[in-house]
Design a protein around this ligand. Structure first.
Ligand code: BEZ
Ligand code: FE
Length: 312
């Protein structure tokens, strides 16, 4: 008789984990073993019924069918479960010395249009005019001249240009800027507004079934990069936006929220090329040096002890 353990309810995870014993890649072995332990603990915790298992398989199948080159429903699922933000946060710890990161989202363009400092990226003329400016520095405050600042935001109707080809001008409300000798950037745009993530698929059904809304608070996306420094993918959030406390994808971090005050000064409006009055959004970005070790892990959440579905 073999001394290989047979499957039982009690030993299920261990038995499956043993089946990975010959996995060559140690990281793959570690990830699969941990995954199986967590998955089996979850099934035992909720005592999953066969009907629920079938519903889950159907949900994941529909999530796959909804995905194509321009729509990634699995990433959206990861987003609304907070997994994208957790992966992002674990892999971009700042230790408080640089700008915090947040999710990239699906609407970034790899080839964003190049812009000159001061350009107006509001090509459809909608929205409240806003001067966006800031400085890109290293962790010790050293200005990063020639840094790239890639920005994108929705229009006043809550859509990115890539969601509305033929309706919005291509490149509306996005662009690639290069900082000046002091590490400064500035451009003309509009005050960002809140908008819903795509909710016409299985992820939208999950949100509806759990009484959640699909909205993200008003934000402007940034990727700041400079040679010799770690790039940061982040947003600046508008302080008085609806949904700041209930972002559908959990992307808000306190350090990324800014007021967008009004300036009522015709002379200044003339200088910057905006109608009076206008709003201002100031967002400085600090990058970590590429050759510095990433900061140590933050303390983990306390693992709840779960006894038959009742968290202690
Ligand atoms: C976004 O901010 O563009 C976004 C992020 C996650 C899911 C959908 C949209
Ligand atoms: Fe966004």
């Amino acid at each position: 008789m073999s001394n290989r353990a047979l499957f039982s309810e009690e030993r299920s995870a261990e038995v499956v984990a043993v089946s990975f014993a010959n996995t060559q890649d140690p990281r793959l072995k570690q990830v699969l073993t941990s995954l199986v332990h967590h998955l089996h603990a979850f099934v035992k915790d909720v005592e999953l019924t066969e009907a629920e298992w079938g519903t889950a398989i159907d949900f994941l199948t529909r999530t796959g069918h909804m995905s194509n080159e321009v729509r990634q429903e699995f990433i959206l699922l990861s987003d609304v479960l907070g997994v994208s933000m957790l992966v992002e946060t674990i892999n971009h710890r700042t230790g408080g010395t640089s700008t915090e990161s947040t999710v990239l989202g699906p609407f970034h363009m790899v080839e964003s249009p190049k812009r000159e400092l001061g350009d107006d990226i509001n090509l459809d003329g909608k929205g409240t005019p806003c001067l966006v400016s800031g400085r890109v520095t290293g962790p010790d405050g050293e200005p990063l001249a020639g840094a790239t600042v890639d920005v994108w935001q929705t229009n006043e109707d809550g859509f990115y240009d890539v969601q509305q080809p033929g309706i919005q001008p291509a490149g509306n409300l996005r662009g690639l800027f290069t900082t000046d000798a002091d590490g400064r950037y500035w451009f003309r745009s509009v005050v960002p507004r809140y908008y819903p993530i795509p909710d016409d698929g299985p992820v939208g059904q999950l949100l509806a079934a759990t009484g959640r809304h699909p909205n993200r608070p008003a934000h402007l996306h940034f990727i700041a990069s400079a040679p010799g420094y770690r790039p940061v993918t982040t947003h600046v959030f508008v302080a008085d936006s609806p949904y700041l406390d209930s972002d559908a994808v959990f992307g808000v971090k306190d350090s990324l929220v800014r007021d967008v005050p009004e300036v009522d000064d015709p002379a200044r409006a003339g200088e910057v090329g905006l109608p009076n009055p206008f709003r201002t959004l100031t967002f400085d970005l600090a990058l970590l040096r590429a050759d510095h070790a990433p900061p140590a892990a933050q303390p983990a959440d306390v693992q709840p002890t779960v006894v038959k579905g009742v968290p202690s």
